[in-house]
Design a protein around this ligand. Structure first.
Ligand code: PLP
Length: 217
């Protein structure tokens, strides 16, 4: 199946209430255009440099999501390029984004990435540190917290993701009532998005199932 067919099949299955972020990392701008022409409104990229090169030649209007780990030396460029930064996981990073957004005269939409599986060496704030980070973000004038994001571990049995998705959903539901514009629960990728949606995800990030396997050279 073509990129357009893949995209439309998934989009139709998800319906209108779930945001489908088409993850174009390691694919060219042509693939990006193909997805957008098929109806993609949201594009996800992992790396600032790669995204900068592709977005430069992209002649389409879409919402641009940074979904990969962000280093502080790339923050200024990221704030220029992305509508939503999904991978905020420390006060240090949040402070850097706030400062860059202020300099750019922008209020930056962000999600906080939670390491709900407590995987070592993985990005994401631990759940016990989440409230402190939220307090910090709330006080930052140029950040707008739009929700939470998680990446599930790569289990052999994808059902093992389900309790983690449930836990994220609970965190999200606890936080949401007291907050404005706190709308996005971003969880689910190609191998686990169906379970993520069953457990309440309203943003999914899908690469392989739309664009095919990524070639790493
Ligand atoms: C690559 C990536 C995705 C998409 O992964 P697929 O398995 O190709 O769907 C989603 N989220 C993040 C954070 C990623 O890095």
């Amino acid at each position: 199946m073509s990129v357009a067919e893949n995209f439309r099949a998934i989009k139709t299955a998800l319906g209108d209430k779930i945001i489908l972020v088409a993850v174009t990392k390691n694919h060219g701008v042509e693939a990006m255009r193909e997805a957008i022409d098929a109806g993609a409104s949201d594009i996800g990229e992992n790396r600032v440099q790669e995204a900068a090169e592709k977005f430069q030649t992209l002649d389409r209007q879409v919402t641009r999501h940074l979904i990969g780990h962000l280093q502080t030396n790339k923050v200024k460029a990221a704030v220029k390029l992305f509508d939503v930064i999904q991978s905020v996981d420390s006060q240090h990073l949040a402070a850097a984004i706030d400062k860059a957004a202020a300099a750019a005269g922008k209020v930056q939409d962000i999600l906080i990435q939670v390491n709900v599986a407590r995987e070592e060496q993985k990005s994401g704030v631990l759940s016990e540190d989440l409230n402190a980070l939220i307090t910090f973000v709330d006080a930052a004038k140029n950040l707008r917290l739009r929700g939470l994001m998680m990446i599930a571990p790569n289990f052999d049995d994808v059902e093992e993701c389900r309790p983690l998705f449930k836990r994220m959903r609970n965190l999200f539901d606890e936080l949401k009532p007291a907050r404005e514009a706190f709308d996005f629960l971003s969880m689910g990728m190609t191998h686990d998005y169906k379970i993520a949606v069953e457990e309440g995800a309203n943003v999914v990030r899908i690469g392989t199932a739309i664009f095919g396997a990524r070639l790493y050279t």
